[in-house]
Write a protein that binds this ligand. Structure first.
Ligand code: MN
Length: 377
């Protein structure tokens, strides 16, 4: 019999940093250049390291509620761990991976020194205010990716602080080599593997492009859906780069999480890569110890919120690493309707499928995480 309340771990959530974080943690000259967001009706202006980007946000609905209102008022746990845990208990979410909010835009910083000092402030705050608040909250460490030595040093520092995952944007910061340059990136992959830190890509985190309005890749009919769906692909490209370059082959204990990008893409992408690897074998460098799909099946995990195709990706296509994620407190997420969503997804599914996607895959990625409360039927 199905439990009334389905408990799930979440592979995707966010904390909103306090607006004064960088002012308090950095000299003024550096703090001024860290990401700042100013929200207006229907858009926000993000300022990063002397660059300005305009991002569209959903306009107020008929009831006058904007996304800013939803995030800051309807989900008060967005920046308060105590209120967060209350929300999680009500929603039926046990443990969660948390990503930054304004910190995501650190991927657009061009100065290695600024990035190196800025991520320390972000990570110290995540440690002091999120990680230590509850063992159920697993914050991701931000890394200074403009300099591999800086990134490795921050992995070591954050591993010692207890971080179990590192956040990487789906494309490296400006001027840095793409993720498939495996010799260049290898010290970072080595450090993550050695410290048992999950490499967590969150979709939609590519560095901002000053030449175009952020998030607007399409105009005209269907634009909103086209632009939203387009944000998905970065996670798939990053995954391809980690597999095809041999990074995952070199580091069999390195685990990758792709958050918020759905799940059915995993088997599809592996099939496409298998075909290329096999049929274009003459041109393939490096050679891999097994077909690309196997690396996705064994080392890559993916979180989804609403996608009904995510369940057959596990049940019928064999990808065991499909996990659910709430995307709390974002508009794309399930806050306010988590139980409704989980019941719609799993009411007709066998218990082993439900348990694997809601709890098991997450526990495998983060061994030792505590069990959610027992089912109440
Ligand atoms: Mn998210």
């Amino acid at each position: 019999m199905l439990p009334q309340k389905i408990w799930a771990n979440s592979g995707d959530s966010h904390f909103v940093e306090p607006p004064t974080l960088f002012e308090e943690g950095l000299p003024k000259a550096l703090a001024d250049r860290m990401p700042h967001s100013e929200k207006f009706d229907g858009y926000e202006i993000v300022t990063v390291d002397g660059q300005q980007f305009k991002r569209n946000m959903p306009r107020p609905g008929k009831d006058g509620v904007s996304m800013g209102d939803i995030v800051n008022k309807r989900a008060p746990g967005a920046n308060d761990p105590k209120l967060r845990l209350k929300d999680l208990d009500e929603e039926g979410i046990w443990a969660e991976v948390t990503f930054p909010s304004i910190g995501i835009w650190a991927s657009s910083i061009k100065s290695p020194e600024l990035l190196r000092e800025g991520v320390k402030v972000l990570n110290n705050w995540a440690h002091d205010h999120i990680m230590t608040a509850s063992e159920r909250l697993l914050p991701t460490a931000s890394l200074a990716l403009l300099d591999i030595d800086d990134a490795v040093a921050e992995v070591e520092r954050c591993a010692a602080l207890g971080f179990r995952a590192a956040f990487l944007p789906t494309a490296p910061p400006p001027g840095q080599k793409a993720y498939n340059y495996v010799d260049h990136w290898d010290p970072l992959w080595t450090a993550l593997e050695k410290n048992k830190m999950v490499l967590a890509f969150h979709i939609g985190t590519e560095p901002l492009d000053a030449d175009k309005q952020t998030g607007v890749n399409f105009r005209g009919p269907g634009g909103a859906v086209l632009n939203y769906t387009y944000t998905t692909f970065g996670g798939q490209i990053a995954t391809m780069q980690m597999v095809a370059s041999g990074a995952l082959d070199r580091h069999p204990d390195l685990k990758v999480l792709v958050s918020e990008g759905g799940a059915a893409w995993g088997p599809f992408l592996g099939d496409r890569m298998n075909e290329g690897y096999r049929q274009h074998g003459l041109y393939v460098r490096p050679e891999l110890s097994k077909p690309p799909l196997q690396f996705i099946f064994e080392q890559v995990y993916a979180s989804f919120q609403h996608d009904v195709t995510a369940i057959p990706a596990m049940k019928n296509m064999g990808w065991q690493n499909v996990m659910w994620g709430s995307d709390y407190p974002h508009l794309e997420g399930t806050y306010g309707h988590t139980q409704k969503t989980l019941h719609e997804l799993f009411d007709d599914e066998p218990e082993d499928v439900r348990k694997r996607i809601t709890v098991g895959a997450f526990q495998e990625l983060f061994p030792g995480i505590s069990e959610p409360p027992a089912d109440e039927v």
